[in-house]
Design a protein around this ligand. Structure first.
Ligand code: COA
Length: 160
């Protein structure tokens, strides 16, 4: 399919779960824009530049990926860029209600916008960035949770 889709998120930091969704979306669609949220009301552990660099490294084998950052409403950003489809991962039933609300709100804001959900692979259903941050900062092993190529960098940063 030649369609361009967007995979938005905080990616603070990227996990194997995120990479699974991005990789599968890249096989299904012509181009995947991975959009890192710049949220001025929240202080992420990894700066926007770091989050983008980690994603770039993690996704380096995928040639139809573009990594960007955005501020403000996702629905507006999609409108501005002419993107009509959001792809998100669903890890568990507990994700569903929140994701369902966001999908509807985004459609109200931009009626052209569709949201597609991919089921997370079974190894990622428990995984989140805050879990990686907590385990990594306490010296635990995060090698099963983050892409191997960015593992050392994430560990160094979390132990600082
Ligand atoms: N694998 C592993 N972890 C995953 C995952 C996956 N497939 N999908 C989500 N997660 C985790 C993230 O790691 C994150 O974990 P954390 O809370 O422990 O840090 C958590 O799920 C939430 O993901 P996150 O990317 O932070 O946020 P989100 O999915 O809730 O939404 C945006 C992010 C950018 C899409 C959303 O905030 C947004 O659109 N913001 C812009 C403002 C806007 O338009 N608001 C109105 C929305 S209706």
């Amino acid at each position: 399919m030649s369609q361009t889709v967007i995979c938005p998120g905080s990616f603070d930091p990227v996990t194997l779960g995120h990479l699974d969704i991005i990789t599968r979306a890249s096989r299904m669609f012509g181009k995947v824009v991975v959009a890192v949220l710049v949220n001025s009301s929240k202080t992420p552990t990894f700066s926007t530049e770091e989050r983008i660099e980690l994603l770039r490294e993690a996704a380096q084998g995928l040639d139809n990926i573009e990594i960007v950052s955005f501020e403000g409403l996702l629905a507006e950003y999609c409108k501005k860029c002419g993107i009509g489809t959001i792809v998100k991962g669903l890890r568990a039933v507990s994700d569903f209600e929140y994701e369902f609300q966001m999908a509807i709100a985004n459609k109200k804001l931009n009626p052209e916008l569709e949201t597609i959900f991919l089921t997370a692979d079974s190894d990622s259903t428990f995984l989140s960035s805050s879990m990686v941050r907590e385990i990594g900062s306490m010296g635990g092993d995060i090698s099963n949770f983050v892409p191997a190529c960015v593992h050392d960098r994430i560990v160094r940063r979390l132990r600082k």
